[in-house]
Design a protein around this ligand. Structure first.
Ligand code: FAD
Length: 374
């Protein structure tokens, strides 16, 4: 079967990889838009502490986190040494022990249904700082051993590389759908026509114009995120440091070679697809970051990355067939947890494209929601 994947963020890269593993003939077309969410994201995999009550969302996030270890070992067996993933654990920190009681309670409640949470440990302020030495004094924590961090860029590249090793072809270009009444037949890109049995649209924040020629107004909105990378000296073992989840909406992650990532902003009021790094954004990231981790003050600035988190109505992803059309599937709306869910949803898309049963009931994620807007 010939399948074309439009978009090579985490979702498209995952779908293409799985399709290649399943033996499909795969073509990936990506426009390399500045602001690709996956390229900016780094990358907490720890959905179990979320206070969101939406069960359909939690099912996806939980399944996404559970899916990772097997995918990573499969990629490693296939020769991909740099997946950007490490199960370093997470520290949910707070100065209020009562709040930590609640966090611990929530984690323990979810453990029965999600053993991949691992070991839940309550740490004193001193033990917390031993795990992440740059933190301010006074933060105790709940440690979750099964949490992980992933570098979106590295994982995307590993998936795309492995897909290509298994025969997938990748093209850079602006893809538009080719169709006849009721059926998508392929894709136009760079002056070529590529026929396909199935086209999968993984176009993130840019999906609406892809679907518009079919008469569909696809309701995807997006939120800008700025995220800062910096480098600290004096610490040799940063690659094993846990992810830090503070009470604010900002987090801290450590990678190898003394690299620290802090952020991110959540900007809804933005003009177009503008990837400007703003002084206000940097100020917000630094103010919140330094409050939690004053030890970062001596860090060396490396860069700010900017990405657009794609959202569909209800802040819940959509996955599946495009209503009223054959030969075309889409997924979107991975929002702020797309690195967590992307590999799992990409796997489901690959199964759907090849006519196989997905691993979960897809009724809650029907694309109809992004078309009706309700
Ligand atoms: P994208 O990665 O945006 O990819 C879409 C691709 O489609 C782009 O490359 C674009 O060029 C291409 N495209 C669009 N239209 C066309 C066309 N017509 N032709 C060809 N190509 C096209 N998630 C977590 O789980 N944990 C985190 O800690 C986390 N942190 C984040 C931090 C930041 C700053 C940001 C921005 C996001 C974060 N996320 C996180 C969310 C996650 O990054 C996104 O949900 C996810 O990457 C979305 O992936 P995607 O493949 O749907 O879209």
């Amino acid at each position: 079967k010939k399948v074309i994947v439009i978009g090579a963020g985490i979702l498209g890269a995952s779908a293409a990889y799985q399709l290649a593993v399943m033996g499909a003939e795969v073509l990936i077309i990506d426009r390399q838009d500045p602001g690709q969410a996956t390229d900016a994201a780094a990358g907490i995999i720890c959905p179990w502490l979320s206070q969101r009550r939406n069960q359909a969302w939690y099912r996806l996030a939980k399944s996404g986190a559970r899916f990772y270890p097997e995918l990573i070992s499969q990629l490693k067996e296939g020769g991909e040494a740099h997946t950007g993933y490490a199960r370093v654990g997470a520290l949910s920190i707070h100065t209020d022990e009562g709040k930590l009681d609640k966090i611990e309670e929530r984690a323990r409640m979810r453990l029965a249904d999600a053993p991949e949470i691992g070991v839940i440990t309550r740490l004193s302020a001193q033990q917390t700082r031993e795990r992440f030495p740059l933190l301010a004094e006074g933060y105790a924590s709940v440690h979750i051993s099964g949490a992980a961090r992933v570098d979106g860029r590295a994982l995307r590249d590993a998936l795309l590389h492995s897909a290509q090793q298994q025969g997938a072809v990748m093209v850079t270009g602006d893809a538009t759908l080719a169709f006849e009444p009721g059926r998508v037949t392929g894709v136009h890109a760079g002056g070529h026509y590529y026929p396909a049995d199935e086209v999968i649209i993984c176009a993130g924040a840019w999906a609406n114009p892809v679907l518009r020629p079919l008469g569909i107004d696809f309701k995807v909105s997006y939120q800008k995120g700025q995220i800062m990378h910096l480098q600290v000296s004096d610490h040799k073992d940063t690659e094993v440091w846990p992810v830090v989840i503070p009470p604010s909406d900002q987090y801290l992650l450590a990678f190898a070679r003394q690299q620290i990532v802090i952020g991110a902003t959540h900007e809804n009021d933005i003009e177009g697809y503008n990837t400007r790094v703003t002084v206000g954004g940097m100020q917000e990231i630094l103010a919140k970051g330094l409050e939690v981790a004053p030890g970062l003050a001596d860090g060396t600035y490396s860069e700010v990355r900017v990405g657009f988190r794609p959202f569909t109505p209800g802040f819940l992803p959509v996955i599946g067939a495009v209503p009223g059309w054959s030969g075309v599937l889409a997924a979107n709306g991975l929002g702020a947890s797309g690195l967590t869910m992307g590999p799992y949803i990409g796997y489901q898309l690959a199964k759907l494209a090849l006519g196989r049963e997905p691993d979960l009931e897809l009724d809650d994620y029907s694309l109809q929601r992004a078309i009706m807007g309700g």
